[in-house]
Design a protein around this ligand. Structure first.
Ligand code: OOB
Length: 528
């Protein structure tokens, strides 16, 4: 399937040799040739060499194909960090189908929304993870029309089997600008947005990140944030590590004790963390840093990380700290290893590619002079040109020249380093997990105990957004516990639950009659 809105500027990335003529499965074949018996991946149950990964992914592709999976079909993949994730990812890609990478924390509410846009043919999950049974999600999907035989629980399957040369030709190799996978956008609307990443742009993304981060075959990566997230998957993430012949350990739950145990057991050299986890790590390291002595690089991204904590990590560990400002839509900015310390502490670094085109604009989309604060617009070789199957989001989210409107408020310093200052988009960022308040508001408004409500994220650098539900109840006041229980029954992901619930008799309105969130946030600040 071709990605949308082909434009000359994007074709030029191929003509000028910026984007590689590569695809993901062929990359795995190359890695298996080059790194063969080296261990590529490990989780709490098993480990796989590059060669074994190729064999299992090929076996899984044949199995899925025999169950009816076809080229261009969308496949909802809901797996925790585990070896199976990569077997399934490469298998689906091998068939030419499109994996839709949903998070293990998503529940039926989110998956139903994604399924509506993706119109998926298959659901692949682990039967149980973190005390939650994914069978309930499968049942919901079957109720929505998914074929029972298209639900695959991977823990019951073996994928091994030698590669059968005859069957090799059964799968047509993709073109470099075909869509390879669909990532999820944090969302600013109540309909989820799917982000089509092409083979060429994603291979570019992870190989260049790995090179720029100076990774090599001796690099050992601990994957502690969900690998379905672009950060851990390809920035450089597990795919970047594999492109260099390194090793990745996949941690299914981000528990700080297990994290530290694995760092020392597996002699981990590099890891990626969201600020909330990095803060926990700082606290934990104060008890002793011996367990972390193998670490040479900690990447922190997905939300703003405070300068104070960045300083603290640097002073506790003899290890590089790298800010990464990125987005599933593409653009990646980060500090380079040889940047001066002051830049590493106070900026989110420079773009990955010399041809990433960053503009800082005012509210009318007009360019601002260098150094001023405005919204960041970006266009470049690995930034998408449009969402999957979503004309409305494409009209709003991109300008007429194909620039993606990030919704982030930034300033660029003279050296082109980005400093993220806030956002103009209506989005909650809870420890790196993003979502649209409008989505949760929709669920709440369907409840007959609520007349009106507003979900407000109050930005707090140290802890991520604090999420406040302002509720105008119909009748009796509601407690936070009652609200959380309601969200759970509605199948809403746990990271969307409120930190506080405040009852109000009326909600303030703006001049045009919308709920005035700025006033609510100011009222909340004055209460604290
Ligand atoms: C990463 O990707 P997404 O798609 O989950 O979220 C993107 C948004 C950005 O637009 C920005 O609002 C925020 O997350 N963000 C940051 C940040 N990194 C991301 N805000 C402040 N400081 C940072 N360092 O979050 C993502 C994707 C790839 C690599 C790293 C992060």
């Amino acid at each position: 399937m071709k990605s949308s809105t082909p434009e000359i500027i994007f074709d030029d990335y191929f003509k000028n040799g910026v984007l590689p003529k590569a695809d993901l499965f062929s990359s795995l074949v190359d890695w298996a040739d080059e790194f063969g018996e080296r261990v590529a991946l490990k989780d709490e149950f098993r480990q796989l060499s590059y060669r074994q990964l190729l064999e299992e992914a090929s076996g899984c592709a044949r199995l899925l194909s025999s169950r009816g999976l076809q080229r261009d079909d969308r496949v909802l993949v809901q797996l925790p960090n585990c070896v199976n994730f990569f077997i399934v990812l490469f298998a689906v890609i091998r068939v030419g189908a499109l994996p839709v990478l949903v998070l293990p924390g998503h529940r039926s509410h989110e998956i139903r929304g994604v399924h509506k846009v993706a119109d998926a043919r298959f659901y692949i999950a682990q039967r149980e993870h973190d005390h939650f049974s994914y069978e309930s999600i499968a049942t919901m999907l079957i109720g929505e029309g998914l074929d029972e035989n298209s639900v695959v629980f991977v823990d019951n399957l073996g994928f091994s089997g030698a590669i059968d040369e005859d069957e090799e030709d059964a799968f047509v190799p993709p073109a470099p600008d075909d869509i390879a996978l669909l990532l999820l956008s944090g969302g600013t609307t109540n309909t989820p947005k799917l982000i089509p990443r092409t083979h060429a742009d994603y291979v570019f993304n992870f190989t260049h990140m790995a090179t720029e981060c100076l990774l090599d075959a001796s690099s050992r990566y601990l994957c502690a944030v969900p690998v379905a997230h672009n950060f851990a998957l390809g920035c450089p993430g597990v795919l970047g590590i594999m492109a260099m012949g390194g090793f990745a350990y996949l941690l299914a739950r981000p528990d700080i004790l297990v994290f530290s145990e694995k760092v020392s057991q597996e002699r981990i050299t590099v890891t990626a963390l969201v600020p909330a986890l990095a803060e926990l790590l700082v606290e934990y390291m104060e008890l002793g840093v011996e367990a972390f002595s193998s670490l040479t690089l900690i990447q922190v991204g997905a939300a703003k990380f405070s300068e104070a904590s960045a300083q603290q990590i640097r002073s506790l560990l003899n290890c590089e700290l790298q800010h990464i400002y990125g987005m599933a839509e593409g653009l990646l900015c980060f500090n380079r290893r040889f940047d001066p310390v002051s830049l590493k502490i106070s900026t989110q670094g420079r773009p990955l590619s010399a041809v990433d085109h960053l503009r800082v604009v005012d509210e009318n989309g007009q360019d601002l002079p260098q150094g001023e604060v405005g919204e960041l617009y970006v266009r470049g070789p690995y930034t998408i040109r449009g969402y999957f199957n979503n004309a409305e989001a494409n009209r709003e989210g991109f300008d007429s020249e194909g620039f993606y409107k990030t919704g982030d408020l930034v300033r660029l310093d003279e050296g082109g380093n980005v400093i993220v200052l806030g956002r103009v988009k209506e989005q909650i960022n809870r420890a790196g997990e993003k979502y649209s308040p409008a989505d949760t508001e929709g669920v709440l408004l369907a409840w007959d105990r609520i007349d009106a409500c507003s979900v407000v994220g109050v930005e707090r650098i140290e802890e991520g957004d604090r999420v406040i539900f302002f509720i105008q109840p119909r009748g009796q006041a509601l407690s936070r516990e009652e609200v959380c229980r309601y969200l759970e029954v509605q199948g809403v992901a746990g990271y969307k639950y409120p930190d506080e619930v405040i009852m109000v008799s009326a909600l303030p309105l703006t001049a045009v009659g919308k709920i005035d969130k700025k006033t609510l946030a100011a009222q909340y600040a004055s209460m604290a």
